[in-house]
Structure formats: C-alpha cells, structure tokens
Design a protein around this ligand. Structure first.
Ligand SMILES: Cc1cc2nc3c(=O)[nH]c(=O)nc-3n(C[C@H](O)[C@H](O)[C@H](O)COP(=O)(O)OP(=O)(O)OC[C@H]3O[C@@H](n4cnc5c(N)ncnc54)[C@H](O)[C@@H]3O)c2cc1C
Length: 375
C-alpha cells in the first residue's frame, strides 16, 4: 500500500483547499436540525454543487467531477479541516446514491442523481418503525399493489432524521406479507408531497426539531420508484447499510478535524492529567485514517465493502464519544455546558445507536467476521 499522493492528488488537494477558503460560509453555521438552520445549510450545499464540489467522485453527467475514491477522501479531509459541518444532504448523497449507482435503473440514475447532487431533492431514511429498530425485518408498513401501475403505502416510520425538512424518503415496506421475514419487502423512493403522506416533527433532547414520524395512508408510488426490484428490499437495504456504517458517511477527515480541535483545546486549557488521553485520541484518529486507507485501497482495486464496515462503525462511534468527552473534561465544570463541544458530545452519544446499534454490529462481527456460532 503506497500512501504517498500522486502529483494529480496533490493538485486536487490544493484546488479543493483554495476553493473552500474562498467560498466557505460564515462559521459556525447554525444547527442543520432546525428549519432555519436547514435552509442555511442547504444554500451552502447548493453553492458547493455550483462550484463542482458537491459529489466529487460521481460521474460528471450526474453532477460530479469524476474524482477517484482517493480524491474523495482528500476532499473530505479538506472540507472538515476548513471547519465545515456534516452535510444535511448526506442521507441522499452518501447513503442512497451509492445504492442507486449499484442497483438503480438508468432512468432512475438520470432522474434522481443530478437533483440530489444539486440539493433540489433532499432525502431522508424511512426504515425504523415503532416496533422495528434493531430488528429491521420486523417492519409492518405495507405496500399493496394498485392497478394504476404502482403501489399504495400504509403504515408508520419513526426517527426519520431531518424528515420534517426533507422532500423525499427512501423506505422499506412489506410487499408480500406471507413471505419469510427477510423476504417480501421492497425499497421505495417516495416524494413526501404525495397525498396520503403526513410528516410530524419530533423534538430531540437538545431542543432541535431534527426528527420526524412519517405516516402513510394509502399514498401512491409508481413502479418507477421501486429501487432494486419488488420483494428485493432486504438486499437493497443491506447495500445501503454498507455505506452508512462504513466509508462514505464517516470519512476520516471528520475525526481528524475533531482531534485537531482537541489538540488546540489542550493548548488553550492544558491539564497534564489529560495529556495521555488527548494523545490516545490523536492516535486513534490516525489509526482510523490508516484503516480507511486500507479499505480505499481494496475498493479502488474493485473489492466490495462487506461486514467489516461493522468494525468501522463501532470504532468511529466510540472514538467520537471519547474525543468529545476528553474535550469536555479539559473545559472543566464551567466551560463544558455550552458551546460546540457539548453539542457535538450530545450528537456523539447517538453514534452507538443509529446506523445499527453497536450491540448489533458486535453480533455481525462475531458471526460473519470471526465465524462464531449463532446463539
Ligand atoms: C440520532 C439518531 C438518528 C436516527 N435516524 C434514523 C433515520 O434517519 N431513519 C431511520 O429509519 N432510523 C433512524 N434512527 C433509528 C435507529 O436506526 C434505531 O434507533 C436503531 O436501529 C435501534 O432501534 P431501536 O431504537 O428500536 O432500539 P431496539 O432495537 O429496541 O434496541 C434496544 C436495545 O437493545 C439492544 N438489542 C436489540 N436487539 C439486540 C440483539 N439481537 N442483540 C444484542 N442487543 C440487542 C440494542 O442494541 C439496544 O441497545 C435514528 C436513531 C438515532 C439515535
């Protein structure tokens, strides 16, 4: 594995850095989990798109710049090093899009991807239900065949991140109630303006209205908005989870930027008793970067992301809590309650839960990577 950048990669980094320095919005940006903040983030992400930096690794015809996977990693490093926040379009561009590239029809690619890159359509993930979280195969929301060339959706989704502000939802619905649990479900792409869809915002514990419950009452979805085939929803969903747990949602740039801020914080409010904790955090972020480099090397050679994305998920979610926890300890009782470290800590606490809980990831690691017997 040769990690030295090529001249083209060096030039790409310089271009990205220069563009971000000239074009980045006023920081810190408001939370993207409120209606006003979401609009500010969306305008910034539109600016990224217009500059050609929204989805660098996508083909040009869909709004990208044909960059390699390595260049994408470089862009992410520069993006987060510039102090920029996670993208509110991320569930579309980082979760749904790789699945559309892999399993979508040509018509779906042409219709959906450019609008997603340009933040005209904002996608949220409609998988969890009140009775189905870790056990996703327990979903009961249904899709019934309609003679008009489509499906009628009925049921309820919950914990839909930014669902109150998004325009579209990708969701799992049961199309064959008699089939075995992991069969008989289908992956639908739903316009949230469709009659029969009701979105109800849910406040998070930090006060932002970042979640939603989404209710379906006979909403019509045409056949052209089935992704990956009728009754194939489980396989399609597993393709999405590889992106969610593994590479694309949690690029190392994000944690390298956090650990840089942590080192700066240590210099501002030094506490020798926390010195080795800061050093451990720095080393863990570098380790995550190196492990990702190894994954990128494999993927660039044509390999696929498999169950090892679960290892990555456990690592980044625990790392995020550790880095923010150390920063709060550095700030001490007076400084810790307000500000970006506390907001970041609150969000980090959710890391072991979303994208499949860490207990579930450990089950996957035990069974699929270590080959341990199922209980
Ligand atoms: C910040 C955040 C954002 C989210 N965004 C979305 C979203 O956009 N779209 C969406 O669809 N969902 C979203 N979710 C929901 C998330 O996917 C679920 O919370 C998660 O899958 C866990 O499901 P649950 O909450 O029903 O908990 P449960 O499944 O009821 O689990 C409760 C506890 O039991 C443990 N447990 C359950 N089964 C097992 C087992 N077999 N072995 C060992 N332990 C087990 C779990 O690990 C957990 O600790 C989000 C959640 C959070 C916190």
């Amino acid at each position: 594995m040769d990690l030295s950048p090529t001249p083209a990669e060096g030039a790409f980094r310089e271009d990205a850095r220069a563009w971000l320095a000239t074009n980045k919005p006023e920081l810190p940006m408001p939370s993207g989990e409120t209606a006003e903040g979401f609009a500010v983030h969306r305008a910034w992400e539109r600016r990224l798109f217009e500059g050609g930096w929204s989805v660098v690794s996508w083909p040009r015809e869909y709004g990208g710049r044909d960059a390699t996977l390595w260049e994408w990693v470089i862009f992410e490093e520069e993006y987060y090093a510039a102090g920029l926040p996670q993208r509110v379009a991320q569930n579309g561009i980082f979760l749904l899009a790789p699945t559309i590239f892999e399993l979508g029809t040509q018509e779906q690619k042409e219709r959906l991807l450019p609008r997603m890159a340009g933040v005209e359509d904002m996608w949220c993930q409609g998988w969890s239900e009140p009775g189905a979280g870790s056990d996703l195969a327990a979903i009961t929301s249904r899709a019934a065949r309609d003679d008009a060339g489509g499906w009628r959706l009925t049921g309820q989704k919950t914990w839909t991140t930014r669902g109150a502000f998004c325009t579209h939802l990708f969701g799992l619905f049961r199309t064959d109630p008699d089939a075995e649990r992991h069969r008989g479900m289908t992956y639908f792409l739903v316009d949230l303006k469709t009659p029969g869809v009701t979105v109800r915002p849910v406040d998070k514990f930090d006060g932002d209205a970042g979640f939603a419950e989404v209710f379906f009452d006979g909403a019509f979805v045409p056949d052209s908005d089935v992704l990956g085939g009728v009754d194939k929803g489980w396989e399609v969903a597993m393709a999405t989870t590889g992106s969610e747990r593994g590479l694309s949602l949690r690029s190392p740039g994000r944690f390298l930027a956090v650990v840089d801020r942590l080192v700066t914080q240590y210099r501002e409010t030094p506490d020798p008793s926390l010195r080795s904790e800061v050093a451990d955090g720095w080393m863990a972020a570098q380790a995550y970067k190196l492990a990702t480099d190894m994954t990128v090397t494999r993927l660039a050679a044509g390999d696929k992301l498999g169950a090892e994305s679960s290892l990555s998920k456990v690592f980044w979610s625990e790392l995020d809590i550790a880095l923010h926890g150390t920063a709060l300890r550095l700030l001490g009782d007076d400084g810790a309650l307000e500000g970006p470290w506390m907001k970041g800590f609150q969000f980090a606490l959710a890391g072991p839960i979303y994208a499949g809980t860490n207990e579930i990831q450990r089950n996957i690691i035990a069974e699929r990577l270590l080959g341990l017997p199922r209980k």
